[in-house]
Design a protein around this ligand. Sequence first.
Ligand code: SF4
Ligand code: SF4
Length: 475
Amino acid sequence: MSTQPSHSQFAALDDLLEEADNWHVNAGDETIHAKRMGGKWRNIKWFSNSIWLLMFFGPYLRWNGQQAILWDIPDRQFHLFNITILPQDLWILALVLLFLAINLLAITAFSGRVWCGFLCFQTVWTDLYTWIEEKFEGTPQQRRKLDKSPVTASKFSKKLGKHTLWLVIAMLTGISFVAWFTDVYVLWSDFFVLQLSSAAWITILMFTAGTYLLAGFMREQVCMWLCPYARIQGAMVDVTTIIPTYDLHRGEPRSRKRKGVSSEQEKSGDCVDCNQCVAVCPTGVDIRQGQQEGCIMCALCIDACDAVMDKVGRPHGLIRYESLNGLEGKACPPLYKQPRLVVTGSIIFAALLGILYGLSSIDAVDLKVLHARQPLYVLQSDGSIQNKYTLKILNKLAADVKVKITATGPAGLKITSNQVVVVQHGTVTPMSVYARVPRKDLMVESQPIIFHIETMDSKEHFSSDRESVFIGPKR
Ligand code: SF4
Ligand code: SF4
């Protein structure tokens, strides 16, 4: 049951309502200057935004004297701490992408566009850019006024400072992105002496321009008109999805409560029509009109409304994370009874198992053996039988290594070709190997033979085995 606000609460409310009278709902015809307010969700948003600092500082992390995470495109290798992933292991990266994509779908089904509100680089960079804008140009009202005012020295210096800092951040974004694909220290030294490759220059320029335009100027228009995920999420959300929702049963009929008017207020809902939820919305959405395409589910309107509820002495949660079912007082089925979550959860689990298996079974040195088919064997002048094999040795170490080749199999088996070879790093080295067995020792037409390789000069010892067959004449 609603209670009448106190005198001090009325005073605070009057300020809000005055601000609401001046509020102009932006329909995309002009820049949205959203108000910034503190609160639980604002703090969570700062925390999630800071995850993107990894983008800026991640490439500086070293491991065994090398960049810990490096996409080495020219050498077609991906380094992840101790692990090197070559094109042969790309299935692991495919599983990682599947894992991330299905996670996004599952999270959307469970809680809407939380990715957009808290983690998407577009909203994160826009949030950072508007924070800088506020530092230079002031509150939303001051910014709107400044935008309409003629150019003066003061306006020019504010705009210059803001755009300079925006451009610096945009350029650092571009450089940090390229740094994941090349050694970051080499990148910086090449950058300062203007010796970067044309691919690096183009990428940095594209990222600089893209970040500056998308985060500085297009902002929420990207979320509303350019991002395909906004459309896809519409198919993932249903009445059980928990999203920021206005409790219209509690809020309506909304009423601007004023001093001295009480009887009618008793019949009104908790919404005081202050528009604070709209004022803080980075996409200009009025959440009271229901679920909307432009809502990125950042929950900043929850903070705003909770602050208003504090001022008018009402409980929090007029806007809250809630499903449409929950709003109607209906129970949502448990997660394991929701087919979308069961299916996506199963795929995520399977992908995770595959990734863990792949990472744990990646060897630094790997061996493949192909038995020559034409001819299957050759009878030698000394009476022995010779088989030819192609050995493919994959070396994922950072340097070339000497490898010793041995084989076990039928009695009297001998390898007649070179048994110590140098294999190049980061690639597969193929070689022909001949094995001979005295004919008298071949008891059956086909017998197993196991090739074994081991490194001879690397700091760590690596080895690999592969089974094949030794074939002789029919008996
Ligand atoms: S929902 Fe809350 S913040 Fe929005 S207008 Fe109503 S009282 Fe104000
Ligand atoms: S309506 Fe609320 S949750 Fe949606 S984008 Fe606006 S502030 Fe964020």
